[in-house]
Design a protein around this ligand. Structure first.
Ligand code: B3K
Ligand code: ZN
Length: 850
């Protein structure tokens, strides 16, 4: 365990910084191990602050010189920053520091990736570049000069002067330091332009390493689509002459919204049909949109402090999901988002890492870039929009932009514009921001003489973050379907505010089937005891596409639970219902592909746990396999025609229509492979001219253990393409049998291309191990040990990526005593490692004390 006691920061302790910053000038002289950074910062006392301590953050900096108003000073320096006596009025602080970008393996601050310099400052990386009040409520105008032996030297804003080995940049928009960026390297630009709605010409560049030029076109189009969409839907226009995106191979997350200079993990921007799957294309489009949308929701209006992170992240995720819904299929996007929410956010909210959308304390803010802050944060915005209506939502957001442009804001500021435009009191709604835990919503029905009474009861299980949860405002969209399959009345949005509420529908000719929580109108666990016949009725007739899918999912879940718990056979009623949907040619192929999906094994484990049973990962895996086999034989006659009619014949395009067809054909091929031993998949592998079909075929072959030759061929074909090789690494772990998962992952770590310091490669193997439910939780404990070994190894190199993967253990209390003992031993082993990072210590301490 590391010796320094970690510091906990509390939302309640917020105070403004004692000084305002009028301007910042930075000068960089780049060198791999001895980069010099000179800063010239104009400070002025902040009239709103009482505490006038002059503290500048600074970590891993070698202070060379410091002056105030030109006179040399000797500040008090610790490993967190410095303090110094300063004049009463305005003054100019100048400092020179030395940093070591090539030695910076944590990928935070200024670091090197394949010979190129780049930065990542959010949340608290700027303090590794120079001494500064590194907090989001300190905003200033930056001028940056760079001297370095590289053809491309970039920073935020507009270029002022560029000549060989020298560049000057000026960003006219005040910003917090976390949005600072610098890039220097031997890069090539894919250039385009965009004219904004008021006629401003903007140059757009996507900078990549030589050789990657052919992977830029899609990302560039996504950027232009995003710019257009934000003008049309939110009235938001871009505000500089230039918008640069740079692709970087070594990056801790997806991408970063630095003002005018977005930096992207190359996996989140580079795309070509040969090397990227349909899912990659869709994700890239969404991430480009997300980072671009931050220009208004995040950059022009930023966060007062890091507790307000959801102010920019929840809203920006909500905006990017609206964008994807508009660009593609709204139904498919909604279903995918809910699958993702249940897969990542629900386990977090229902385990030891549970925290409110706006947390009230943290040790390491990087540990709070979570599914709760992002995805539940976006759900909260969606509920707000549902409650106030589309027009009021638009008016409130307009007021937010008008009132708070250029400010660092809070959730209170955000809610106030809604209260003012609608006259509503949102104090109870605000609990969505302050309470942790997923509410459970129980719906019970009573039918008597033409009257249907629904009783709705909400209950949020207490957690250490929220020991005493209070009732929340839950929008519940309800529809009624008659025995003939027709809608009995229009969807009603019930606004639940009490712990228990009833709603009555009278004058009904016959008992309808209730379609509750349409569109997944709130992020809750719905407990609605419906019979299989009712679910089958909804699967056949529900006009709400989400709930129609949900009916199928509920049938599948019920059938799988019966197989796991009672050794039942796969349910024929479910298989018949699914068959009707699959072969209903009037339905979108993408939607039918989603219908074929089963609840994940981790989802089944959570369901069993919620029902009071101890999940057995091996039994869950066996039932899932048996259900797949049953699907294959039940649909045997339909598979070949479905496959044939959904093979795309025209040239590849990553659009919604084609990718929907490929996704259905891919799901069908997986079943077909169980019947033909992989013959059709092998044919597809040989013919494939795009990665979706190539990788999809390889997965099918590995699943039926007939893919050795293709696996070797794939490696030979793609060994020089890192992003494709990440897929090769990950796929082998994902498709391994549970008893082989740890050994497969271990074998891959011995591969000469297992560059474990690269986060993408590390995650390809270790993330896939953690995601393989039955493999990771294999009774031998080999999965736990292997992951722990590698977390211990990565921690001193890259604490952020290590800490993130610790969430693999967050569900450990669901499992049996033997597994818990194995996991506890691994958690303790990691926690006992000398000098463990604060990031990892915080995560594992929270997990361990569950
Ligand atoms: N704002 C960044 C995430 C920064 C993560 C810092 N650990 C990317 C995004 O959400 O757009
Ligand atoms: Zn974001």
């Amino acid at each position: 365990m590391r010796d320094a006691a970690p510091t906990t920061i509390f939302l309640a302790d917020y105070t403004p910084f004692g000084y305002e910053v009028d301007s910042v000038a930075l000068h960089f002289t780049l060198d791999p191990h001895q980069t010099r950074v000179k800063s010239r910062i104009a400070f002025r006392p902040n009239p709103d602050a009482t505490d006038k301590t002059f503290f500048l953050h600074g970590e891993k900096l070698k202070l060379v010189a410091a002056t105030i108003d030109g006179a040399s000073v000797t500040p008090d320096v610790t490993d967190q920053g410095l303090t110094c006596a300063v004049p009463d009025g305005p003054f100019v602080w100048e400092a020179e520091v030395e940093i070591d970008p090539a030695g910076n393996t944590a990928l935070e601050g200024l670091y090197m990736s394949n010979g190129m310099y780049c930065t990542q400052c959010e949340a608290e990386g700027f303090r590794k570049i120079t001494y500064y009040p590194d907090r989001p409520d300190v905003m200033s105008v930056f001028t940056v000069t760079i001297d370095g032996p590289h053809p491309v030297l970039l920073s935020n804003g507009n270029p002022v002067e560029t000549r060989k080995h020298h560049a000057e940049w000026h960003d006219p928009w005040p910003k917090p330091a976390y949005l600072f960026a610098l890039v220097a390297g031997d890069l090539v630009a894919h250039t385009d332009d965009f004219t904004t709605m008021s006629g401003r010409d903007v140059t757009l560049n996507l900078y990549v390493r030589p050789g990657d030029e052919g992977k830029c076109a899609f990302g560039m189009q996504a950027l232009k689509d995003s710019m257009k969409w934000d003008e049309k839907v939110y009235g938001r226009e871009y505000d500089l002459d230039l918008f640069n995106i740079v692709a970087v191979d070594d990056f801790n997350m997806g991408a970063m919204e630095n003002k005018g200079l977005n930096i992207f993990n190359s996996s989140a921007v580079l795309a070509s049909p040969e090397t990227s799957t349909d899912m990659n294309f869709e994700r890239i489009e969404a991430i480009i949109a997300h980072e671009y949308f931050h220009n208004w929701t995040g950059n022009r209006i930023t966060c007062r402090d890091w507790f307000q992170l959801c102010l920019k992240e929840g809203l920006t995720v909500f905006r990017d999901s609206q964008f994807t819904s508009d660009m593609r299929s709204a139904a498919v996007k909604r279903i995918s988002d809910v699958i993702d929410l249940r897969g990542r956010q629900f386990p977090e909210d229902q385990g030891p890492l549970a925290h409110p959308v706006r947390p009230e304390s943290f040790q390491e803010i990087n540990n709070f870039y979570t599914a709760t802050v992002y995805e539940k944060g976006a759900e909260v915005i969606g509920m707000l929009k549902r409650l106030v209506g589309d027009n009021a939502y638009g008016a409130a957001v307009d007021l937010y932009f008008e009132r708070h442009d250029g400010q660092a804001c809070t959730i209170e500021d955000w809610l106030a514009v809604f209260e003012e435009t609608t006259g509503r009191d949102l104090s109870q709604f605000k609990r969505w921001y302050s309470q942790a835990g997923t509410p459970h919503l129980k719906v019970t029905e009573d039918w008597q003489d033409g009257t249907l009474t629904l009783t709705l009861a909400q209950h949020t299980p207490p957690s250490s973050a929220t020991p005493n949860p209070q009732p929340q405002v839950i929008p519940v969209a309800i529809g009624l379907i008659g025995p003939d399959g027709a809608e009995v009345r229009p969807t009603e949005m019930l606004e639940m505010t009490e712990a228990t509420q009833t709603v009555t529908y009278d004058g009904l000719a016959a008992r309808p089937t209730v379609s509750a929580l349409r569109g997944f109108s709130a992020p809750v666990v719905l407990d609605h005891d419906q019979s299989d016949a009712e679910r089958a009725h909804l699967l056949a007739h529900d006009t709400d596409p989400f709930n129609r899918w949900e009916a199928g999912r509920n049938l599948a879940r019920g059938a799988l639970l019966a197989m796991i718990r009672k050794g039942a056979d796969p349910d024929t009623a479910y298989l018949d219902g699914l068959q009707r949907v699959l072969t209903d040619r009037s339905l979108d192929p993408a939607y039918r592909a989603l219908m074929m999906g089963l609840p994940s094994q981790s989802d089944l484990a959570a369901t069993l746990h919620n029902l009071g049973h101890t999940p057995d990962p091996a039994a869950i895996h066996a039932a899932t396999e048996a259900m797949r086999a049953a699907q294959a034989s039940h649909f045997a006659d339909d598979l070949a025609p479905l496959y044939a009619e959904n093979r795309v014949q025209e040239p590849y395009a990553p659009d919604a229509r084609q990718s929907g067809m490929r996704s259905l054909a891919g799901g069908v091929l997986a079943l077909l492979s169980r019947l033909d031993g992989g013959a059709q998949a092998r044919a597809q592998y040989q013919q494939a001219d795009n990665m979706t079909e190539q990788l999809g075929a390889l997965a099918c072959l590995l699943r039926v253990k007939a893919g050795d030759a293709e696996l070797a061929a794939f490696e030979a074909q793609w060994k020089d393409d890192r992003l494709v090789m990440d897929k090769w690494f990950g796929m082998q772990v994902m498709q391994a049998d549970p008893e082989d998962v740890a050994a497969t992952a271990h074998r891959l770590t011995q591969h000469s291309d297992f560059n474990w310091k690269n986060p993408n490669r590390f995650r390809a193997v270790m993330g896939s191990l953690a995601m393989h439910h039955a493999g990771f939780h294999h009774a031998s404990g080999a999965g736990y040990t292997l992951l722990a070994d590698w977390l211990i190894r990565l921690d001193p190199v890259n604490p952020q990526t290590t800490a993130r993967l610790c969430s693999a253990f967050q569900t450990w209390k669901r499992y049996d005593g033997d597994r818990q003992a194995l996991i506890a031993a691994e958690l303790d082993r990691i926690l006992d490692t000398p000098d463990l990072s604060g990031d990892t210590t915080e995560m594992l301490t929270r997990v361990r004390t569950a």
